[in-house]
Design a protein around this ligand. Structure first.
Ligand code: HEC
Length: 94
C-alpha cells in the first residue's frame, strides 16, 4: 500500500518536473531576444537628448551613418551599436 502511494507520488513529481522544463525551454527565441535588446538599448541610450526617432524615417544605410555619429554621443559599445542598428534596420518587417 505504502509502495503504491509512493510510486504515484514519484510519477506525479516526475511529470511536473518534465512539464516545467519543457515550457521554460521554448519561451523566447534568440531572434526576439535580440530584437527587444536592440529596442530597449535604443530607448535607453538614444533618448536622453531627444525623442526616439521613428525607425521608418531612415534607411538602414542612413541609420548606420547616424549611429556612427550618435554612437559617440551616446558612448555606445560596439555590440550595443550593432544591436541598435539591427533593430533600426528591421523596419517594415513587423
Ligand atoms: C548626448 C546627446 C545625444 C545622444 C545621447 C544621442 N543624440 Fe541623436 N542627436 C543629438 C543632437 C544634439 C542632435 C541634433 C543636432 C545634430 O544633428 O548633431 C541629434 C540628432 C539625431 C538625429 C537626426 C534627426 C534628423 O531628423 O536629422 C538622429 C536620427 C539621432 N540623433 C539619432 C540618435 C540615436 C540613434 C542615438 C543613440 C545611439 C542618439 N541619437 C543619441 C544628441 C544626441
Amino acid at each position: 500500500m505504502i509502495d503504491k502511494v509512493f510510486s504515484i507520488f514519484l510519477l506525479t513529481s516526475l511529470l511536473v518536473f518534465i512539464t516545467a522544463c519543457g515550457s521554460s525551454n521554448n519561451q523566447t527565441s534568440d531572434e526576439s531576444t535580440k530584437q527587444s535588446t536592440g529596442r530597449s538599448l535604443y530607448i535607453s541610450k538614444c533618448t536622453s537628448c531627444h525623442k526616439a526617432y521613428d525607425r521608418e524615417l531612415h534607411t538602414p544605410d542612413e541609420w548606420e551613418k547616424i549611429l556612427n555619429e550618435m554612437g559617440k554621443k551616446a558612448k555606445l559599445r560596439a555590440d550595443e551599436k550593432e544591436n541598435i542598428l539591427k533593430y533600426l534596420s528591421e523596419r517594415n518587417l513587423n
